[in-house]
Design a protein around this ligand. Structure first.
Ligand code: ATP
Ligand code: MG
Length: 291
């Protein structure tokens, strides 16, 4: 019952438990995409080994398999002690401030919509305290609280009071808090930040993530953004200064499509149609490119 409630509340925020592989109780295999997942794994490997910050952008039309690829990557990283923060931008809130970063942070802290504000504050503080130095925990919690819409009282906090009267100061403090949090996390373990459906995302999130990639780049932070191709119209300079690796998903290869056809599942029928598995024309080979 409780678990159900939690699942419902997390709807719109990413389920890290991969439900897509089980359709009608059957496990559907992950087919093809060897090159794409290999590219992403190589980026993660480099990010951890150096360490160095990295960003990848997976693009492709609806239903082509972006989320499935992300699920597969996260599953492969499960054994490697990588912390995953995953947020999905909701089409109902396109462009609203922190539309994509807030869900990722809320999920990382386990915040639920229905719980009282005080419970959310407590959870957020506890999550921040996991790796942030004790003396910074109040400040970092208060300003990360501004990102995730968990407002802290400013009665006892001069910094929060001042920032609430000055938007520029607020922006600076929020950025500093987010960077402190990410630096502390990446000192403890590699961090994968997933930004799903970024075509519905927002500039404040992207700017903060960009700052996290840029500041102190020798840390194991990997950003994985996934979006439909219109992302380039919405954010033409997305991570442009960060050497972003774009992975473009096209239709599956014929062999992969055939393997999928060999394990039919009613829910996958429409996806197979989209990939052209049953069309007579040879499916295009998916491509990756650096931009
Ligand atoms: N490589 C694959 N192997 C097996 N099944 C796949 C593969 N890629 C996608 N699918 C299945 O196809 C369906 C649609 O894929 P998915 O949800 O990943 O698309 P998407 O690109 O994320 O679409 P959207 O832009 O709408 O979010 C899902 O049921 C998924 O499990
Ligand atoms: Mg998707």
């Amino acid at each position: 019952m409780r678990e159900n409630a939690q699942r419902l509340e997390l709807h719109g925020e990413i389920e890290l438990v991969d439900t897509s592989r089980k359709l009608l109780g059957r496990t559907t295999p992950f087919v093809g995409r060897e090159r794409e997942i290999g590219t992403l794994e190589a980026i993660v490997d480099e990010c951890i080994a150096e360490p160095v910050t990295r960003v990848a952008l997976v693009t492709g039309p609806g239903g082509i398999g972006k989320t499935r690829l992300r699920n597969e990557l996260v599953a492969r990283l499960a054994e490697r002690g990588v912390e995953v923060w995953a947020g999905r931008a909701d089409s109902m809130r396109t462009g609203s401030p922190f539309a994509v970063l807030a869900p990722a942070l809320r999920r990382a802290a386990g915040l639920l919509e229905s719980e009282p504000l005080e419970a959310k504050r407590r959870k957020l503080r506890a999550r921040v305290a996991r790796h942030v130095r004790a003396e910074d925990v109040p400040r970092v919690s208060e300003f990360v609280g501004e990102i995730v819409a968990v407002p802290f009282s400013d009665e006892a906090s001069v910094q929060l009071r001042a920032a609430r009267r000055d938007a520029v100061l607020m922006g600076d403090q929020v950025r500093r808090a987010f960077l402190d949090l990410v630096v502390a996390e990446t000192r403890a373990q590699p961090l994968l930040l997933v930004l799903e459906d970024l075509q519905h995302g927002d500039s404040p999130s992207i700017e903060l993530v960009d700052a996290a990639l840029r500041t102190d780049p020798e840390k194991p932070l990997m950003v994985l953004a996934l979006a439909r191709p219109e992302i380039h119209d919405r954010f033409p300079r997305l991570f442009a200064e960060r050497d972003v690796q774009e992975v473009r998903l096209g239709p599956l290869t014929r062999r992969a499509a055939e393997r999928l056809r060999a394990t039919p599942s009613p829910s996958d029928r429409s996806a197979r149609r989209r990939w052209g598995a049953s069309s007579s024309a040879p499916p295009a080979t998916p491509s990756t490119s650096r931009s």
